[in-house]
Design a binder for this molecule. Structure first.
Ligand SMILES: [Fe+2]
Ligand SMILES: [Fe+2]
Length: 275
C-alpha cells in the first residue's frame, strides 16, 4: 500500500500571494526545474526498485513510499507553477526535458555494491534536503515556503531510510571505509550533475520562448544570466553544516577523527555545491 505523509490537498494553493513570487524569475526557474526532475523520478526509482527486487524490505519501501513521495514532489511543484504562472507551457517544457533526461537513467550508473549504492543514495538525499532548505530560506511566499519545507522533511526521511539500509548492507558485504569514501566522493562530485543542468536549461529556454510566465512581456536579457541568477540564489542559502553532517554520517567515524575530516569535507562540499 502506498502512502505519503501529506497530499496536494494540504497545500493552500488558492491562497498563494502571487505578488511575492510572480516577478521572481530565478525562483520560478528553480521551482520549475525541480518540478521537472521530481516528475521524472519514476525513471530512476524503477531502476533501483528492480535492483533490490530480492530484498522485500528495501524494494517495498522504495515502491510504496519513496517513489510516490518523489512523484508527489513533482506534482505539487507543478501545481504551484500552474497556479502562479498559468501562461507557462509546463507540458511542452517538461517533454523537452524528459526526452534528454531519460537517456541518463540507466542501470549502468549504479554503484558496484549494494551498500555503496545506499551511500550514493544518502548523498543524493543530502543534496535534495539542502537544496529545498535553501529554497525555503530564499523564499518569502508562505504557501511555497510551506511546500519547500514539506519536501525538505520528506528528503530527510528518505536519507534516514537509505542510511539504515546502508548499515544493513555494510554488515552483509563487510564494506570497508575506503569503499564508503569512494562511493561518497563519486556521488558528491556528481551532485551538480547533468539532470539539474538539463532541467534548468529547459526551464530557461521555455521561459525565454514563452515570455514572462504570467503571459506578460519578457524583460529577461539572456539565458546564461538567468540560469546564473538561479544558481546563485541556491548557493547563497545552502546549509553547509547540515550538508557536511549528512555526508560524514556513513563514514561512522570516531568523534575525534570526525572533527579532523570535517573541514576538508566542508571545503569539498563548498566546491561542488557553491561553485
Ligand atoms: Fe524529492
Ligand atoms: Fe528524496
Amino acid at each position: 500500500m502506498s502512502s505519503t505523509h501529506w497530499s496536494l490537498a494540504d497545500l493552500a494553493l488558492s491562497r498563494v500571494d502571487t505578488g511575492l513570487v510572480r516577478d521572481h524569475d530565478a525562483l520560478f526557474l528553480l521551482v520549475c526545474s525541480a518540478s521537472f526532475i521530481e516528475s521524472g523520478s519514476d525513471t530512476y526509482t524503477r531502476n533501483l526498485i528492480e535492483h533490490f527486487d530480492d530484498d522485500p524490505a528495501v524494494a517495498g519501501w522504495l515502491r510504496d513510499h519513496w517513489e510516490p513521495e518523489e512523484l508527489q514532489h513533482g506534482a505539487a511543484l507543478k501545481a504551484y507553477v500552474r497556479q502562479v504562472w498559468p501562461g507557462f507551457d509546463w507540458e511542452t517544457a517538461y517533454a523537452g526535458f524528459f526526452e534528454e533526461y531519460a537517456r541518463l537513467c540507466t542501470m549502468d550508473e549504479l554503484e558496484p555494491t549494494r551498500g555503496q549504492e545506499m551511500v550514493a543514495r544518502c548523498i543524493v538525499e543530502m543534496g535534495t534536503t539542502t537544496y529545498y532548505q535553501a529554497l525555503y530560506e530564499a523564499c518569502d511566499e508562505p504557501v511555497l515556503r510551506d511546500l519547500f519545507w514539506r519536501i525538505r522533511c520528506d528528503e530527510v526521511r528518505h536519507y534516514k531510510n537509505f542510511y539504515s539500509f546502508f548499515l544493513k548492507y555494510r554488515e552483509i558485504e563487510g564494506l570497508h571505509r575506503g569503499q564508503v569514501i569512494a562511493a561518497l566522493v563519486r556521488r558528491a562530485l556528481e551532485l551538480r550533475r547533468e539532470d539539474a543542468t538539463i532541467a534548468l536549461r529547459h526551464a530557461v529556454n521555455a521561459r525565454l520562448r514563452t515570455g514572462a510566465p504570467d503571459g506578460g512581456p519578457a524583460p529577461i536579457a539572456n539565458a546564461d544570466a538567468l540560469a546564473q541568477e538561479a544558481i546563485q540564489l541556491v548557493s547563497a542559502n545552502l546549509p553547509m553544516d547540515l550538508a557536511v553532517r549528512m555526508m560524514l554520517k556513513p563514514l561512522l567515524l570516531k568523534p575525534g577523527l570526525q572533527r579532523a575530516v570535517a573541514r576538508p569535507l566542508a571545503a569539498l562540499g563548498r566546491r561542488v555545491l557553491l561553485n
